[in-house]
Design a protein around this ligand. Structure first.
Ligand SMILES: Nc1nc2c(c(=O)[nH]1)N[C@H]1C(S)=C(S)[C@@H](COP(=O)(O)O)O[C@H]1N2
Ligand SMILES: [Mo]
Length: 227
């Protein structure tokens, strides 16, 4: 379990510690990854109404590139130098005619029924990518197959795995109780109401048991379909 204890290192954002490898992680680590189709399929909606669909072939046509980025979980573990292959979200939006914000907010929905809220300007930053590969290999069930939203300047809970839909919203969406709407790593927006200094230590203590349980859950739940 203690292989998941992160250590101090230079060059990390405030309050972050370095992890050697990227473990499976979640605030619900006892839940297995969802069963997903092999190919990406991203629905784009406006207030629930379907306005576009992007398939794996559509994303391929936008010429996926490698994006090097560090990853920062709110619980204070970071991994550095990851290579995500994919298309910037704003280019994917532009390919279906969305260049100005249809609405100020977005909600990303995942195969494990998570909803994660963004402001338009955070979601369309140039570093935000729709990734299909990590470090040269197709995403696996641990890290978010078949499509993952990667937002390196926000805490890891915004980098949603198993992405299936993005829904534009006129009103500010409710965010999950422990999540900040913006979650910017540089200014330590870890928690919506509590100050960062208060949550940092309890969060850090949760890292080894959480990663351990998340990895054990993965081993115990083999997919029934081919994946
Ligand atoms: N669909 C989905 N995405 C998710 C999560 C999750 O449980 N389900 N956990 C989030 C959290 S808290 C973190 S730190 C990262 C962990 O990514 P990893 O499991 O690839 O290390 O995924 C984020 N995205
Ligand atoms: Mo996280």
């Amino acid at each position: 379990m203690m292989r998941y204890w992160p250590r101090r290192a230079d060059g990390l954002p405030p309050g972050q510690r370095l992890m050697n490898e990227m473990p499976r992680f979640s605030d619900l680590p006892h839940l297995p990854p969802p069963e997903m189709p092999a190919e990406p399929r991203l629905e784009i909606r406006n207030d629930g109404d379907l306005i576009a669909v992007l398939t794996g072939a559509d994303l391929q046509a936008l010429k996926p590139r490698d994006h090097r980025a560090d990853f920062h979980c709110v619980t204070t573990w970071s991994v550095t130098g990851l290579i995500w292959t994919g298309v910037p979200l704003r280019e994917a939006f532009a390919s279906v005619g969305i260049t100005d914000a249809p609405a100020p907010y977005l909600v990303a929905r995942t195969g494990d029924r998570r909803t994660v809220a963004f402001r338009w300007e955070d979601a369309t930053a140039e570093t935000v990518v729709l990734a299909t590969h990590l470090n040269g290999a197709p995403l696996d069930r641990r890290h978010g197959a078949p499509l993952r939203l990667v937002s390196p300047s926000q805490y890891g809970y915004k980098s949603v795995k198993h992405l299936v839909a993005i829904d534009f919203r006129a009103e500010e969406p409710r965010v999950r109780s422990k999540e900040h709407l913006r979650a910017r790593v540089s200014v330590e927006e870890r928690h919506p109401t509590l100050p960062s200094w208060l949550v940092t230590l309890p969060y850090r203590l949760m890292i080894p048991p959480t990663a351990y349980v998340a990895e054990r859950t993965l081993r115990r739940h083999r997919p029934t379909s081919s994946q």
